[in-house]
Design a protein around this ligand. Structure first.
Ligand code: WT7
Length: 658
């Protein structure tokens, strides 16, 4: 970022100026009221101590925060707890053993209903099995599984034993698994024979076999039978889950671990090739995951049915399927499959079937639903829904309004939650019973959290100004480092504003005139065109607001005259005409009209698909390669590498330049 002034372009991001306050009824019954902000402002540490008291501690902490070794935080110093006990046992002990914890829905339509008593028995058996395999507190366990209940049992069994889990998304390659096993020196991999993908079983274990052939630290591979796919077998190393776990006792006494005991490692891509192993610990992490889940989603454990559509391979699955929700005694849906298997109404069918009341998903999926058409959700009874959530990228106002109108019946609050793998839990979000929500803005740091938008010098920008998003106070769920690489930890997050001691999130943001925060995408996705800063998100938002556009991705391509030129890749809606010259011109004019002539894309390319990672993030780097006529680099994390061929083929068709 080279300049901090906000041209007219960014101000026009506010394409939707209505705000949506909660109903009086919702506000009156909400878990969180305005007093929560007041309590946190009055005394931050006392506030977090109160939140930590929502958990069961075997030994109480003697100090809330030790920041003397910054940027390495210690929260709830001296405290001891068992994370799994907090997520499972204590709900059974308080008389809720018969409450459903998980309504599991398999992709082919098979189901499993798991109560808290069932969950306790399964987690205990799994913990006994891992002990029989010789695993000891502090050992690392890789979990490479689809969304089957055993994945959750495995995570909780690790937590129960003080083993550190490293979940690797089941869509990643053998090489991605190998490098993660190696980095953490894991002793065990838990996997399945295969997984269902769009209605068909696909093998999974062969990738494990390939990975562990090169990772000598692995002693055993524990295999859940899911698809009944035939698998290669290494005697002595490989063990069927049923053979080992089923025979175990369902009794297990949890041990209390230090508040700073490592709970998990989760790898995330950085700007370099080597993924970073983000380290999370126990007490502070669980405190914030639990607190945010309870207040941001207004969870009522006795009546709500919650559904987070993420995969446990991502941090959203860790914090908002496993640790946050279960610590709050949630009843939740866990769905194994893809949203259009066997039809495009599958999610709404599930909402109707289980009377889901809280639904948390990603903007990319909301835009996909838009592409499929509003008549699909309209066919189902969605009246049980009362809170909707969004996470993962800025949600464009168009998608936000569509979500509210077509899923939320113009009634439900929408919480746009900003956070990162590194932050562990939600940091910036509306509170659904307090905030008058604004489509496209995540708005304010939660009570107890402090975020600022600052300029190059680390100085907070005024309302209406834009810059870098920083976190200027430590928070309980913060990463404790990068596994095995303290240097990289300091360098990646703490060096940009070392003088001020700010954590730099890597995101650009702005304040609007009310002081609400708008996320503008990663800083490296911010374009500079003729000295004007324009967010890729903003141009995408403008494109998607055009009736013919289903999805758009924008990159800044090097331009000899303007510094960067805006190149847009768009998918047209099913019923829209093919992307001829006229359609492309209309889109360029539309962006110019929405934002200003400066934002008019240099090129618009009509494409059939966009390259996305398996978590749904658009891979702008690849699009930049195409836009700048470079050969396409590493595509190993791409969900479907044929997409790039399609895009390259579509390059000349529907591309327009003047
Ligand atoms: C990056 C973190 C947090 C779990 C899923 C992604 C972007 C995330 C939002 C949001 C705008 C968002 C940011 C952030 N992001 N949520 N509500 N509005 N941007 O986790 O893979 O660690 O990615 O996702 O750019 O830095 P992640």
């Amino acid at each position: 970022m080279t300049e901090q002034s906000q041209g007219p372009a960014l101000d026009n991001l506010l394409t939707e100026s209505r705000t949506f306050p909660p109903s009086d009824e919702f506000a009156a019954a909400a878990n969180a009221g305005p007093d929560l902000y007041a309590a946190a402002d009055a005394d931050r540490e006392a506030f977090w101590a109160t939140q930590a008291e929502r958990l069961h501690w075997d030994t109480k902490w003697d100090r809330v925060l030790d920041w003397s070794d910054a940027p390495f935080a210690k929260w709830f110093v001296g405290g001891k707890l068992n994370v799994a006990y907090n997520c499972v046992d204590r709900h059974v002990e308080s008389g809720h053993g018969d409450q459903v914890a998980i309504h599991w829905e398999g992709e082919p339509g098979d189901t499993r209903t798991i109560t808290y008593s069932d969950l306790l028995a399964e987690v205990s058996k799994t913990a006994n099995a891992l002990t029989e395999l010789g695993l000891q507190t502090g050992d690392r366990v890789a979990i490479y599984m689809p969304m089957v209940p055993e994945a959750i049992f495995s995570m909780l069994a690790c937590a129960r034993l003080g083993l550190t889990h490293s979940v690797v998304f089941g869509g990643f390659s053998a090489e991605a698994l190998r490098s993660r096993i190696e980095d953490a020196a894991a002793k065990l991999v838990i996997t399945t024979d295969g997984q269902y993908r769009r209605g068909k079983p696909a093998p999974l274990k062969p990738a494990v076999d390939e990975a562990v052939a090169q990772t000598p630290t692995i002693e055993h591979v524990l295999v859940v039978k899911r698809t009944d796919t035939e698998v290669a077998w290494t005697e002595g190393r490989d063990i069927w889950w049923n053979d080992l776990v089923d025979k175990q006792s369902d009794q297990h006494t949890p041990e209390a671990f230090d508040s700073e005991h490592p709970l998990y490692i989760l790898y995330t891509s950085g700007t370099t090739g080597k993924p970073k192993g983000i380290l999370h610990t126990s007490g502070g992490y669980l405190t914030q995951a639990s607190y945010t889940h309870f207040n941001v989603f207004d969870l009522k454990p006795d009546s709500d049915v919650y559904w987070c559509t993420a995969d446990i391979g991502w941090v959203t699955g860790h914090s908002y399927i496993v640790y946050g929700p279960l610590s709050n005694r949630v009843t939740q849906v866990v769905y194994e499959g893809t949203p259009n298997t066997p039809h495009e109404g599958r999610h709404w069918e599930i909402v109707q079937k289980y009377k889901v009341s809280i639904y948390y998903t990603a903007p990319t999926l909301i835009r996909t639903f838009m592409k499929w058409g509003k008549d699909i959700p309209a066919k189902y009874d969605l009246s049980s829904l009362r809170v909707l959530g969004s996470v993962g990228e800025p949600i464009n106002p168009e998608a936000w309004i569509w979500y509210r109108e077509n899923v939320g019946a113009n009634r439900t609050p929408i919480v746009d939650t900003w956070w990162q793998t590194e932050t562990g839990s939600i940091m910036i979000s509306p509170l659904p019973g307090v905030t008058a929500t604004k489509p496209g803005s995540a708005q304010k740091a939660l009570p107890g959290i402090s975020a600022k938008v600052v300029d190059d010098q680390g100085k907070e920008v005024p309302h209406g100004g834009g810059g870098y998003l920083v976190l200027d106070q430590p928070w309980p769920g913060m990463l404790r480092g990068i596994w095995g690489d303290n240097e990289r930890y300091r360098d990646t997050y703490w060096s940009r504003f070392a003088e001020q001691g700010f954590y730099f999130a890597g995101d650009g943001a702005k304040y609007d005139n009310d002081g609400d925060i708008w996320l503008l995408g990663r800083v490296d996705d911010v374009m500079n065109v003729s000295g004007h800063r324009i967010s890729t998100t903003e141009v995408e938002s403008a494109l998607v607001s055009h009736p013919t556009v289903a999805e758009a991705a924008v990159v800044g391509a090097t331009d000899p005259t303007t510094g960067q030129g805006i190149v847009a890749f768009v998918i047209l809606r099913g019923d829209a005409v093919d992307g001829g010259e006229d359609a492309v011109k209309a889109l360029r004019d539309h962006v110019a009209k929405e934002i200003g002539p400066i934002a008019k894309p240099r090129q618009v390319m009509v494409v059939p698909e966009l390259p996305k990672t398996r978590s749904g993030k658009i891979m702008r780097r690849l699009l930049r390669d195409v836009a700048e006529n470079r050969s396409i680099g590493d595509v190993t994390t791409l969900a479907d590498s044929t997409v790039m061929d399609l895009i390259s083929q579509g390059l000349n068709k529907g591309s327009s330049e003047d």
